[in-house]
Design a protein around this ligand. Structure first.
Ligand code: SF4
Length: 215
């Protein structure tokens, strides 16, 4: 029988991806984690509430990284990594050390996020993130709060998250990360041009993401 243990570290393209939580305050209409049954290109990402410790993530990385070249290490999920900020910071800061020591050939550390980290952690986490990641990819996905709520279906307490995400984007740009990009998934009813305008007004780079359908 094929092994189907949940992956906390997996490869995709030239990246090594980290799955530190499946939790997320949103339930986006376009989220692939349910559509794809917690599978991502043959990787089972269903942690079944057994979220890894920072040490478990670092041990898995130490085993995986020597196997093949990579250009990025990405906090991604299936889930919102800032739900586990202490783990994200401990792993990211250790990776920064590995970068400084030249332990592996040059790589960047990226966080893919829904931009709700400040609301989740009830403080401005951007200065802490600066010590742990190089690049931010922030999903905005709507040009106004009404549409944001309709498409992202935030849970209780996060209904007003749209303005918090915009503020988070601005803080990240001001903090001087290597790159801050803001994305909008295509074909959802959002206006990518209007989302681009918002992203650029915040000082970020915009990109439109492909709508991923049922497998
Ligand atoms: S924010 Fe990301 S992980 Fe959360 S529901 Fe939306 S697409 Fe899925």
């Amino acid at each position: 029988m094929a092994e189907n243990t949940a992956k906390i570290v997996y490869r995709f393209g030239q990246g090594v991806y980290l799955n530190i939580t499946n939790r997320c305050p949103n339930l986006c209409v376009f989220c692939i984690k349910t559509k794809w049954h917690m599978d991502f290109h043959g990787n089972n990402l269903n942690l079944e509430n057994k979220e890894p410790t920072a040490q478990e993530v670092l041990s898995a990385l130490a085993a995986e990284l020597p196997k093949a070249p990579f250009k990025e290490i990405v906090f991604c999920g299936y889930g919102e990594s800032t739900m586990r900020l202490p783990v994200l910071l401990e792993v990211g800061r250790t990776l920064k050390q590995w970068q400084a020591e030249g332990k592996y050939s040059a790589f960047k550390i990226r966080l893919n996020t829904n931009g709700l980290g400040n609301l989740i952690n009830r403080r401005n986490i951007v200065p802490e993130l600066k010590s742990a990641v190089d690049i931010l990819n922030i999903s905005l996905n709507a040009e106004n709060e009404t549409l944001w709520r309709k498409l992202l279906r935030p849970s209780n307490g996060y209904e007003n998250g749209f303005s918090s995400v915009l503020e988070f984007i601005k803080l990240c740009v001001q903090a001087g990360f290597d790159r801050v990009t803001v994305s909008c998934v295509e074909k959802t009813g959002a206006d990518p041009k209007a989302v681009r305008t918002l992203a650029e007004q915040c000082g970020a780079i915009f990109y439109e993401r492909e709508y991923l359908d049922e497998k």
